[in-house]
Design a binder for this molecule. Structure first.
Ligand code: UDP
Ligand code: UDP
Length: 453
């Protein structure tokens, strides 16, 4: 990746906070620069999580530019506010710094690609500066359809089911992101404002591919979701950035010792924590399932605040008791490497959209356990596409209801033993592979972008 040649279009990429946003931006930067588009990735530092900081420090410094943000007055927000949302809000309120920032860039900037969560504040500034601006939507096309229509509902709160494009997509109230029930929640105000602003974008990039959400992509581009939306461009599944293989970790060594397609990987992404009680029930469920498992435990939203040891969470004896069949870690793992390991067959996932696309690319079947935000909308995509199953009664984080060990054990066994599901997941993988092959939909979308950027 580089930002060198002056004859190429020069594109600035601006992600917002959290790994779920930074990861697809880094992958997009790599995909564009492989296709002769010169890119710079704007970084907001300090980052909220250590994982973001590590990822940024692994990138070539020639790719990065630091974007300044104005500090937020913390007294304006409830003390319990999500630190990732606050960072997004700070970035949203710093959009007026963009023109002077761009004027210092050399070679000059030809266009921008910005994160959905900052769209409504940056799109008007880019338009005033006469710079084409695209939005990277960091979740599913189904979630994009929801974001597009939600702002235009007669009462934009999560009070009723949302029926999109004459029934192409139906999102029950129970699947809407829980903060949308509160019109004053920071997520709701951002979501509504961003949804209204989408029409101002020159195009919307989504990290998805046709086989995952065929009807929704067609409906978005035909005007059936919302007339006047700009082109929606499927660019997924964005491949991981090629890098030097790192030294094998103890976790990879453990995986190497397991039989082919025998392990369930369990992870809830970078910012979804579980209560101690639910962690214990999940531990018992995995143990009782009789299946092999590799579990990344997470008890704090922000990794820098992860203080509890595994023994404290699961009891002194747990790791020893399960060591024949299970490995539990607390550290960050390279998920794309884990998912493509020959021993891994299943993935208990919160359905963060990057995790879903990575599982699709690896042909790993998903046991969906959405916990918050967009995750139920994404879990419905997983179930519809045949990539996995979703026990819909399993609790949201906000419900504070513990899903019992026995229910978990039953579903883990079901997913690991389901040959039909293994076949449909392999089919999704074949379609994902086709999308990223030479001449596939990723190539075509990048070709289209090259003309527009
Ligand atoms: N991830 C990882 N190792 C971990 C946890 C997460 O590599 O231990 C990566 C994962 O592969 C994905 C991203 O972090 O690319 C998380 O994004 P996702 O949309 O799945 O969920 P979020 O963390 O935003 O809820
Ligand atoms: N999102 C959206 N409109 C917005 C802000 C967010 O559609 O105005 C989507 C976005 O794609 C994001 C998802 O909602 O990935 C869930 O947002 P959240 O911040 O809960 O999770 P994150 O992606 O940060 O893990």
């Amino acid at each position: 990746m580089s930002s060198g040649d002056t004859n190429l279009p020069r594109v600035l990429l601006l992600p917002s906070s959290g790994m779920g946003h930074l990861v697809p931006f880094v992958r997009l930067a790599s995909a564009l620069s492989e296709r002769c588009i010169s890119v710079s990735l704007l970084a907001v530092r300090p980052t909220i999580s250590a994982a973001e900081s590590l990822l940024l420090s692994s990138l070539p410094s020639s790719l990065l530019l630091d974007f300044p943000i104005k500090p937020l007055d913390p007294s304006l927000f409830p003390p319990s506010s999500d630190p990732f949302f606050l960072q997004m809000e700070a970035l949203r309120r710093s959009a007026d710094l963009l023109p002077s920032f761009i004027s210092t860039c050399s070679p000059p900037v030809s266009s921008l690609i910005i994160d959905i969560s900052i769209a409504s504040s940056f799109l008007p500034v880019a338009a005033a500066a006469k710079i084409p601006c695209f939005v990277l939507f960091t979740s599913s096309a189904s979630m994009l359809a929801l974001c597009s229509v939600f702002a235009f509902l007669s009462t934009p709160t999560a009070g009723a089911d949302v029926n999109i494009a004459g029934g192409v997509l139906k999102i029950p109230t129970s699947s809407l992101p829980p903060p949308l029930r509160d019109p004053n929640h920071l997520f709701t105000t951002q979501f509504v404002e961003n949804g209204r602003a989408l029409a101002q974008a020159n195009g919307i990039l989504v990290n998805t591919f046709s086989a995952l959400e065929p009807e929704v992509l067609v409906a978005l581009n035909s005007g059936a979701v919302l007339p006047g939306l700009p082109p929606v461009i499927a660019i997924g599944p964005l491949p991981p950035v090629k890098k030097q293989p790192s030294l094998p970790s103890p976790a990879l060594r453990w995986l190497d010792e397991q039989q082919e397609k025998s392990v369930m990987y369990v992870s809830f992404g970078s910012r979804t924590a579980m209560s101690k009680e639910q962690i214990r029930a999940l531990g018992a469920g995995l143990e009782n399932s009789g299946c092999r498992f590799f579990w990344v435990v997470k008890s704090a939203k922000v990794d820098r605040e992860e203080v509890m040891e595994i023994e404290e969470l699961l009891g002194e004896e747990y790791a020893k008791r399960v060591e024949e069949r299970g490995l539990v870690v607390k550290e960050w793992v390279e998920q794309e490497v884990v998912l493509s390991h020959r021993a891994v067959a299943g993935f208990m996932s919160h359905c963060g959209w990057n995790s879903v696309t990575e599982a699709a690319a690896a042909g790993v079947r998903i046991l969906a356990w959405p916990r918050m935000g967009d995750q139920r909308v994404n879990a419905a995509v997983v179930a519809r596409s045949g990539l996995g199953i979703w026990p819909e009664k399993w609790a949201w984080e906000a419900e504070e209801r513990v899903v019992a060990a026995e229910e978990i054990a039953v579903k883990v066994r079901e997913v690991m033993g389901d040959e039909r599901l293994a076949e449909t997941a392999a089919q999704v993988q074949a379609e994902a592979t086709e999308a990223v092959q030479e001449g596939g939909s990723l190539d075509q979308s990048c070709g289209y972008l090259l003309k527009k950027l």
